[in-house]
Design a protein around this ligand. Sequence first.
Ligand SMILES: Nc1ncnc2c1ncn2[C@@H]1O[C@H](COP(=O)(O)OP(=O)(O)OP(=O)(O)O)[C@@H](O)[C@H]1O
Ligand SMILES: [Mg+2]
Length: 397
Amino acid sequence: MVAQRAHLIHPGRFPVPSGHVTYVVGIIGAGQLARMMHQASIGLGIQVKLLAEAADSSAAQVVADVEVGDYTDPETVRRFAAACDVVTFDHEHVPTAILEELAADGIAVRPGPKALVHAQDKAVMRSRLGAMGIPCPLNRPVATPEELTSFGAEVGWPVIAKTTRGGYDGKGVFKIDSADRAGEPFASGADILAEEYIDFRRELSALVVRSPSGQAVAYPITETVQTAGICTETTTPAPELSEDQAIGCQQLALRIAHELEVTGVLAVELMQRNDGSVVVNELAMRPHNTGHWSIDGAHTSQFENHLRAVLDLPLGSPTVRDEWTVMVNVLGGSVQDLPAALLHCFARDPRLRAQLYGKEVKPGRKVGHVTAYGDDLPSVRRRARHAANYLMGVGDE
Ligand SMILES: Nc1ncnc2c1ncn2[C@@H]1O[C@H](COP(=O)(O)OP(=O)(O)OP(=O)(O)O)[C@@H](O)[C@H]1O
Ligand SMILES: [Mg+2]
């Protein structure tokens, strides 16, 4: 186990029997990923403690032990971490320097800052993967519109320009068609990485989980659809991917997890070209939207395996329960009362599964997801899309 010390847990908002021994997993960030980690922690008898942005965040609504505080403040993070057996993350935005201090003080930070920086900083990630010989788009950090223009002239337009840090859901990713627009990515003052534009056939995700003692499991490869930078739909296993290609993607992800010494979930976002070859888009080191299908579609969900990994417990089987699993995100639409709308979805499809995140419905915001599984892909897709659309106010039957 992780713990040099097992906590006698201190009463939070709810009473806990005195003398009860458990492990406290501290999660920095309180979005839906923390909420679903909490769900997985309950059956393992693990206590989750949150450092939340706000008292009404998705996970803060359901976890008993919540501290509201600023994850960029070293003192706040240090105090929070001191009350946990292990610290893990809902997002990748905690400054690397703060995590390095915690690790130097002997606090179990999982993933550790040396691994996590590759999910925080796209320039660091590109340089490391390049050195490992992992296929990536041609890329170069650029400091001025002129440097971006000469990169475009070299590799051909369009090019992709990305902020190296802080991006999510496609925010901070620019497709630049010509030299005329080369100034746009620099408007915010952020550091910019230029990348060759990959005219991909589709996007894939290779999700693996690795524990500190080195055990690792690989989930089947998932096909993912991004709409306007947001993951909207996944299909697992990815259709029309040969066994050799799938194993190749899994091995690539396992190799990255091993060499970077990742602990917990590593999601490797891949772009697949028309000729079948893949290049890495980016890395995430936390449960990932492309792994939500695993709650209902795999023997062990990514959330449970992430917790098992950060506690160095044996990992659970990542294999599928049914032939096809399709997850569709519910983005905020015209429906405000989502629980009431579930009535119709569940009555129509008793095998449908849903997760609602407890978030205020705002246009385009991820507020939940639905999952369907079965042996006929077209009908599984139809069921999941129908339910998600209904919850978004598209269609009324
Ligand atoms: N080099 C590229 N060529 C073509 N498309 C790209 C390239 N890089 C990124 N994209 C597209 O932009 C999307 C978002 O890029 P990326 O994953 O780097 O951004 P992000 O904001 O960090 O996303 P996330 O929501 O995964 O955190 C990718 O999923 C892909 O569709
Ligand atoms: Mg991405």
